[in-house]
Write a protein that binds this ligand. Structure first.
Ligand SMILES: Cc1cc2nc3c(=O)[nH]c(=O)nc-3n(C[C@H](O)[C@H](O)[C@H](O)COP(=O)(O)OP(=O)(O)OC[C@H]3O[C@@H](n4cnc5c(N)ncnc54)[C@H](O)[C@@H]3O)c2cc1C
Length: 473
């Protein structure tokens, strides 16, 4: 039982929301839509109230009050995460960070922003200067930069710049500890990855410093190919074409694109689809590449001007699934990583294996300096045993597979976790109040038998820092 009166007494005048409907609604993230397993595991788990800090003074007040009253905290930006990060396991206070949304400074192709700034809003401010974020999630409109760092990992831009975790993609993080006298800590260099993808378990991110990319005039291209492997080969050729600057390469086997209402008119029956964004100077070269692979271009448009009534990035990454779920809500996916040197062969094995299960959806990104395709078949959910079978099949085909049906940091397998992470967690959150229960799946026993954490995911391995997959094996 959380000591709410004590927390409120220490909080001062920081705005608080206690309306039950709002608190229950904000105690859910997108995972309850994306994973029937997490939806089940999240049942009955709600926060007690919401706090809405307006500035750093308020953030420090929240951290101090939580430490004094031993009140659990659940950090929240846009609430769009889809791995159960935003489901509070032990009640407590949701900390809505959207009140801290300013640009601190921008110069020399770098920007420093407050954690609650939305990704699209940041780019709108930067664009007139000729710069933009190197990458963003497909939830760009709603997601905050603090939530992207805390719960995301890659996205539109990752086919050029790699993943958030890659050295140089996050320059600095200002983080506040949850102690009776909160500390403001600046992390730089590789230390930023202690907090990245930690689900808000080891400090309140208040400011984020990032390198920028040139804001090209982006062209959106939808192309169709007579077979899935022709589409995959064309996507691979584009991913490797150093002379074409690109931001998005999404591949969908039939019938995935047919399920996307706005995209279906652009497809060809029985063909597979590649959707990509390239810098305008690369358009002519892209046309040649598509023709060389036997493809046909169905649409070319400037960013946001396509005939599908939304920017193309809202048909990629997590949004591809979202678009499919609008007509086929029962469809789920896994997060597999197909890597070179054998990427296309591994993808072909999975395509053959899952032909009768569902169409493959893949996104291109760079990973450990190599080209990678991330995805899985899109398939109609039956039960946990079926998800386990798909994960096993993908791993047999050569993919590293994360577990997107658990809300535990370690169990998910996308973050490299070692003793340094445990030590940092103890320093920043000595009373174990931040998103409690999520950091270490092995120490967490309140997951019901057969819950997502026991799926046979392999986790991901990184060149620097190896993930300990014992929790997922
Ligand atoms: C349709 C869809 C598409 C998606 N596409 C992508 C994608 O392309 N790439 C990708 O990487 N992810 C993607 N995601 C997941 C991704 O995590 C989010 O979309 C987004 O970046 C999170 O931002 P948010 O502000 O909504 O964070 P929230 O959901 O609010 O929070 C995410 C996590 O970070 C923590 N957190 C939030 N703010 C702070 C803070 N200030 N300090 C410390 N911790 C904090 C939260 O506690 C939570 O654990 C997608 C999800 C959906 C549903």
């Amino acid at each position: 039982m959380n000591d709410i009166p004590s927390f409120l007494a220490h909080l001062g005048d920081v705005p608080v929301v206690t309306d039950t409907d709002t608190v229950r609604r904000r105690s859910r993230d997108m995972s309850t839509t994306f994973s029937p397993i997490i939806r089940r595991d999240a049942e009955g788990k709600f926060a007690d109230l919401i706090v809405q800090p307006r500035d750093m003074r308020d953030v420090i007040a929240v951290a101090r009050a939580a430490a004094l009253a031993r009140m659990p905290l659940m950090m929240r930006g846009g609430g769009t995460c889809n791995l159960g990060q935003g489901v509070p396991l032990r009640g407590g206070a949701i900390v809505d960070m959207t009140g801290l949304s300013g640009i601190v400074w921008s110069r020399d192709a770098m920007v420093r922003v407050q954690a609650g700034a939305r990704l699209l809003a940041i780019d709108e401010v930067l664009r007139p200067s000729g710069w933009e974020l190197r990458m963003h999630s497909s939830t760009r409109r709603a997601a905050t930069i603090g939530g992207y760092i805390g719960g995301g990992h890659a996205g539109i831009g990752s086919c050029g710049y790699g993943i958030l975790r890659d050295r140089g993609n996050i320059l600095g993080l200002q983080v506040v500890s949850i102690e009776e006298t909160p500390r403001v800590v600046e992390l730089r260099g590789d230390d930023v990855n202690l907090v990245h993808h930690a689900y808000g378990t080891n400090g309140i991110i208040c400011e984020v410093e990032l390198p920028l990319a040139p804001a090209w005039p982006w062209m959106e291209v939808v192309a169709n190919f007579p077979s899935f492997m022709a589409a995959a080969r064309a996507a691979y050729a584009l991913a490797s074409a150093d002379g074409i600057v690109k931001k998005l390469i999404s591949i969908d086997d039939v019938p995935n694109w047919e399920y996307m209402r706005a995209m279906a008119p652009l497809g060809r029956p029985g063909w597979s689809m590649v959707r990509c964004m390239v810098a305008a100077p690369g358009l002519e070269a892209l046309r040649g590449l598509v023709a060389e692979h036997g493809g046909q271009i169905a649409s070319e448009a400037r960013e946001g001007q396509g005939p599908y009534h939304a920017p193309l990035w809202e048909f990629g990454w997590g949004h591809a699934r979202l678009q499919v779920n609008k007509t086929r809500p029962e469809i789920v996916n896994n997060i597999g990583l197909y890597l070179d040197p054998d990427l296309l062969a591994a993808v072909e094995r999975s395509h053959r294996r899952f032909r009768d299960v569902g169409g493959m959806h893949l996104e291109s990104k760079r990973y450990n300096g190599q080209i990678a395709f991330q995805g899985s078949p899109y398939y109609a959910y039956r039960d946990e045993a079926q998800v386990a079978e798909v994960i096993r099949g993908m791993a047999e085909d050569g993919a590293m597979v994360a577990n997107n049906h658990t809300y535990f940091v370690r169990g998910n397998g996308m973050k490299a976790v070692d003793a340094r992470d445990a030590d940092f967690k103890r320093q920043m959150d000595p009373h174990g109040l931040m998103n409690p229960g999520k950091f270490d799946a092995e120490a967490e026993c309140d997951a019901p038998a057969g819950s997502g954490v026991r799926l046979p995911a392999t986790g991901w391995k990184y060149a620097t820092g190896t993930h300990d997959s014992s929790a997922t094996a």
